[in-house]
Design a protein around this ligand. Structure first.
Ligand code: KIV
Length: 299
């Protein structure tokens, strides 16, 4: 079995200038696929609210939903560094509650770290969770849990003032003890400058090539979620189209009585069949064999 990825190995990648690979996953098969593809780190993102549970935003996602999906991912991923995303209102109101909720991700779901959104305003929560012995990944720039306050899924740090505020937030998160930080929807030159100034790795999503690593939402990049596709998403597959194709073919096979064929059915030995079909319990079975909606049954 491959060696478990630690935060130190990810931080070493930054030191060596090697890109860190991260992807979201929400269940056992997607975690297995990420592991087999050799991805360094899996984020069980609260994006699951939109791409798996069908909510309109990440705001309704609950702690219990996150823990449920993190446990499934954990069962599929032995090697990748696992990050559980703290949902809206699980860390904002109260630092003690933030520590207790972060603890659930490690204790109940086997995550290696938690992620939370925000800059200097969440520094006390990051500090407290870190002091309790857990690793925290920050998330600045576009923070989808605050989309109503921001006014939309807008690029962040696009003016000189906003870029400086973003850099200050990045330092606040690092100084509070974060081990990595996600930069979402930030101009590429701003993200590259922040990445060079920080000691901890930056993981970009819509933040250009200059970050220390990259993350994408699995359902976006594989074409499983196709309600909308952000500009920063590159499509590597069209899985929803493939699912629709397979399901339509199955429906047609069933409707045309082409499935199940002999390859997917189980025969009974001819002698046993004759003995049973002629017996009292099996009376009428011989008729069914010869005609079932005009089709011969018997493999
Ligand atoms: O929830 C999520 O998937 C995320 C990524 C977009 C970074 O936070």
């Amino acid at each position: 079995m491959a060696k478990k990825t630690s935060i130190l190995s990810l931080q070493d990648k930054k030191a060596r200038g090697e890109p860190i690979t991260m992807i979201t996953a929400y269940d056992y098969p997607s975690a297995l696929a990420a592991e087999r593809a050799g991805i360094d780190s899996i984020l069980v993102g609260d994006s699951l609210g939109m791409v798996v549970l069908g909510y309109d935003s990440t705001v309704p996602v609950t702690m219990d939903e996150m823990i449920h999906h993190c446990k499934a991912v954990r069962r599929g991923a032995e090697r990748a560094y696992l990050i559980g995303d703290m949902p809206f209102m699980s860390y904002q109101a109260d630092v003690a509650e933030a520590v207790r909720n972060a603890g659930r991700f490690l204790k109940e779901a086997g995550m290696d770290a938690v992620k939370l959104e925000g800059g200097r305003e969440v520094a006390p929560a990051i500090e407290a969770i870190t002091r309790a012995g857990m690793s925290v990944v920050g998330h600045i720039g576009l923070t989808p849990q605050s989309v109503a306050k921001i006014g939309g899924y807008l690029v962040q740090g696009a003016t000189a003032n906003d870029a400086q505020r973003l850099l200050d937030d990045a330092f606040a998160v690092q100084d509070a003890g974060a081990v990595m930080v996600v930069l979402e929807k930030v101009p590429d030159r701003v993200a590259a400058r922040i990445s060079r100034k920080l000691r901890i790795p930056t993981i970009g999503i819509g933040a250009g090539l200059g970050c220390d690593g990259q993350v994408l939402v699995l359902h976006d990049m594989l074409g499983i979620f196709d309600r909308f596709t952000p500009r920063f998403v590159k499509r590597y597959a069209e899985v929803m189209k493939e699912m629709e194709r397979g399901l339509s073919a199955y429906r047609e096979d069933v409707e045309q009585r082409r499935f199940p064929d002999c390859e997917h059915s189980f025969p009974i030995d001819d002698a046993e069949w004759a003995a049973w079909a002629g017996s009292r319990d099996g009376s009428g079975a011989a008729d069914e064999e010869s005609a079932w909606h005009g089709q011969l049954i018997g493999c």
